[in-house]
Design a protein around this ligand. Structure first.
Ligand SMILES: CC(=O)SCCNC(=O)CCNC(=O)[C@H](O)C(C)(C)COP(=O)(O)OP(=O)(O)OC[C@H]1O[C@@H](n2cnc3c(N)ncnc32)[C@H](O)[C@@H]1OP(=O)(O)O
Ligand SMILES: O=C([O-])CC(=O)C(=O)O
Length: 376
């Protein structure tokens, strides 16, 4: 097809199937999501995040020996170099934490002597390395903004408790740890979403894994994608109290504002992951610690459904859960990255295994061909 003909335009690639994948399946008809064939709800109920990371990369759940080797490898890679630490400490304290993360991944790639080795073994090692180091970067960045010294990773602790300890200096109770692990499991992978597709586009040019992840972080940052979990908290703050939801929504809808944490490109009858995350939110707020925030959250969800028939997506409960765990709002999307690194890199490896350069066509609507006028 030439670029001069008038093809059907699929703006935003909506509804376009561009390739196959064996990493995950999103099925809006049955409202289901499977990773390598396993329903995400079952994984969230039965597994740790580390087991799910292994599954996403290897295609099978680990046996005890495989899990031990995998977690030992991850724990051994958590420390970041003094040089990277210096780079991070030199970054502006008022920039977004996603900018810090993007720079960190780019720097880790530049310092990696295996950067140009695109073998599956090398790419898997780089993926585990990023999984291990991202929490260290996120926690260090959070603490430097508070004028606090970084806390070194603890190889005795699993992924989630280690992250909490590096952020807050202590490990919370099991309910909080479990809710966080569940959020990481639910965020880990979601087929050809915008950031994963970005990673695949970069990979399709035979660029390196860290370039693909750096670009994916940029795509995830936007509020129509991963940035929505932060935007949810800004919305709840802006509304203030539950009794203000109705009036706030009147005005927001009248001015055609997108309500953050609602709607989805693929799911039109509700996000398959929301009930699982909502159940964790229910447990965390059972003691009433969320106060009116929970009532505002419930009221906005109910009004969106009643007035617009639009359901919440995963970012809606996750945003509030992370807030109640004590994380600053700007850290929510970096937490998403700590999880999605698994899905992104699985797709990088899948793309490379059967690569075709991704280069769609466009329909030209600019000026007709014309001669360049004489230049004086
Ligand atoms: C992890 C994730 O990335 S999940 C997604 C996170 N993003 C958000 O929460 C941002 C808010 N949501 C949105 O902007 C959208 O729902 C998207 C971008 C996620 C999906 O968008 P699309 O598939 O392109 O749907 P589209 O924008 O065409 O919406 C269809 C209709 O529903 C409306 N709509 C969709 N989502 C919303 C929303 N959150 N608030 C208000 N109206 C909405 C649109 O205005 C449109 O109405 P119209 O037909 O009258 O113009
Ligand atoms: O699939 C999408 O378009 C967005 C999403 O929910 C995700 O990436 O988790």
């Amino acid at each position: 097809m030439s670029e001069q003909t008038e093809p059907t335009i699929h703006r935003g690639l909506a509804g376009v199937v561009v390739d196959t994948t064996s990493v995950s399946m999103v099925n809006p008809e049955t409202n289901s999501l499977t990773y390598r064939g396993y329903p995400v709800q079952q994984l969230a109920a039965a597994c740790t995040f580390e087991e799910v990371a292994y599954l996403i990369w290897h295609g099978e759940l680990p046996d005890p020996g495989q899990l031990e080797a995998f977690t030992a490898d991850e724990r051994s890679r958590r420390a970041i170099s003094p040089e990277l630490q210096q780079v991070l400490l030199a970054m502006p304290t008022d920039c977004h934490p996603m900018d810090v993360l993007r720079t960190a991944v780019s720097w880790i790639g530049a310092a990696d002597p295996t950067e140009e080795d695109a073998s599956p073994e090398a790419n898997l090692a780089k993926s585990v390395d990023l999984l291990a180091k991202l929490p260290t970067v996120v926690a260090l960045d959070q603490r430097r903004r508070q004028g606090r010294e970084p806390i070194a990773p603890d190889p005795e602790l699993a992924y989630t408790p280690n992250f909490f300890r590096m952020c807050f200096g202590e490990v919370p109770g099991d309910d909080v740890l479990r809710a966080f692990d569940v959020s990481l499991i639910l965020y880990a992978e979601h087929s050809f979403n915008a950031s994963t597709f970005t990673a695949r586009v970069v990979t399709s040019t035979l660029s390196d894994l860290h370039s693909a992840v750096t670009a994916a972080i940029g795509a995830l940052k936007g509020p129509l994608h991963g940035g929505a979990n932060e935007a949810v908290m800004h919305t709840l703050d802006e509304i203030g109290t539950a009794d203000r939801v109705s009036g706030w929504l009147d005005e927001a809808l009248a001015t055609k504002r997108k309500i953050m944490g609602f709607g989805h490109r693929v799911y039109k009858n509700g996000d398959s992951r929301v009930p699982t995350m909502q159940a964790e939110l229910d447990k965390i707020t059972a003691d009433g610690r969320a106060g009116d925030l929970r009532a505002t959250y419930d009221a906005l969800g109910a009004e969106m459904l009643a007035r617009k028939s639009i359901h919440p997506n995963l970012d809606y409960p996750s945003g509030l859960v992370y807030h109640l765990m004590g994380f600053e709002t700007a850290v929510f999307t970096p937490i998403f990255v700590m999880s999605r690194i698994t899905g992104w890199t699985a797709h990088v490896m899948e793309q490379l295994a059967g690569n075709a350069l991704i280069r769609p066509l466009s329909s030209y609507v600019g000026p007709a061909e014309r001669a360049v006028p004489p230049r004086s």
